[in-house]
Design a protein around this ligand. Structure first.
Ligand code: CA
Length: 322
């Protein structure tokens, strides 16, 4: 304590001999607790104290001004994205009443394990695939991926539903063996915001992976009702075809202009775009923003947390803009 006061006295002496602009340096010393606030007047005098107070006030003001500017830029970007969406679809402005939500990479950080399971399966079949390829297939049903691989590797295009189901069961088992996956950070906040705004939540996934689908209600309690789920088991064509999202709209009983799609994969945003919904891309995996935009995302966020942070404003803007 004694050495702290000695140090503080020395800093106070230096302060009196410094030009005013060096006070900024001193304020940092104070911020870092080298000088106790309560003792400031003893060392600096009221005049210095006043100047330091003003500088600190300016720092706080600058920080808030910076945050305000960032928020204003973000809102401009969102407004522009919505304007372009209205242009591409020809729809009029409408509030959001339903959110069609993908599962892998949106609710669960599961893509790494899906990729490992696909690689293990393809190696077992003597096929050579790189992990990145499976991120590009993301969104397709398991059966569609198996047919694609089979055609490429063997030229066969006669894989029956039964055979595809059998091969997919192996992949699903390898995925399950890799253990539980984490939830995506920010997903809870995103879903809570939708729920408190009274927006219907519809699950729309190309997955038929029971190990994930069965734990969804436990991980996200009270979010998805059974009649508002579309999985690989429900659709014929699957993403990138709009069928799963159109089915989601039908189940929710809402029109495309009243829904948003929340996706993380190029083929998923392609399906969302084709369904006529405003399509949000979240880059939770290795696929970059420009690839998401090229495939039809109306707007892209770098993380789920960034999207969740913006969501209240997005909903409000759509509610009050007409
Ligand atoms: Ca996904």
């Amino acid at each position: 304590m004694k050495s702290n006061i000695t140090q503080t006295t020395a800093i106070g002496t230096v302060a009196k001999s410094l030009p005013q602009n060096k006070v900024i340096l001193l304020t940092h010393l104070i911020s870092n607790s080298y000088i106790p606030y309560a003792d400031l007047h003893k060392f600096f005098g009221i005049g210095w104290l006043y100047r330091i107070f003003l500088i600190r006030l300016c720092d706080v003001f600058r920080k808030f001004a910076g945050e305000f500017t960032d928020m204003a830029k973000r809102k401009t970007r969102e407004k522009e994205a919505y304007k372009q969406y209205l242009e591409r679809t020809g729809f009029g402005e409408a509030p959001i009443t339903a959110a069609l939500i993908d599962m892998d990479g949106v609710l669960y950080d599961s893509m790494k394990n899906h990729t490992k399971a696909w690689i293990r399966l393809s190696e077992e079949l003597g096929w050579n695939y790189s992990p990145d390829e499976f991120y590009l297939y993301e969104g397709m049903t398991g059966a569609a991926i198996i047919r694609l691989m089979m055609k490429r590797e063997t030229g066969r295009d006669d894989v029956s539903d039964e055979e595809a189901k059998e091969i997919y069961a192996k992949k699903a088992e390898y995925f399950r063996e890799l253990g539980n996956v984490d939830k995506i950070e920010g997903a809870d906040m995103m879903l809570a915001t939708l729920r408190s705004a009274g927006i219907k939540r519809v699950l729309v996934t190309g997955s038929g992976q029971h190990s994930l689908l069965d734990r969804l209600n436990a991980d996200y309690p009270g979010i998805f009702s059974e009649d508002l789920k579309v999985t690989a088991l429900d659709v014929k064509r699957g993403k990138p075809d709009p069928e799963p999202y159109l089915m989601g709209l039908e189940k929710a009983g809402v029109k495309a202009e009243n829904a948003i799609v929340i996706e993380n994969a190029p083929l998923g945003v392609k399906a969302g775009n084709a369904s006529g919904c405003f399509t949000v891309g979240i880059t939770t995996g290795p696929v970059p923003e420009d690839v998401m935009m090229e495939n039809g995302a109306d707007i892209v966020y770098p993380t789920m947390t960034a999207f969740a942070d913006a969501l209240t404003d997005i909903i409000a803007a759509r509610n009050y803009s007409f």
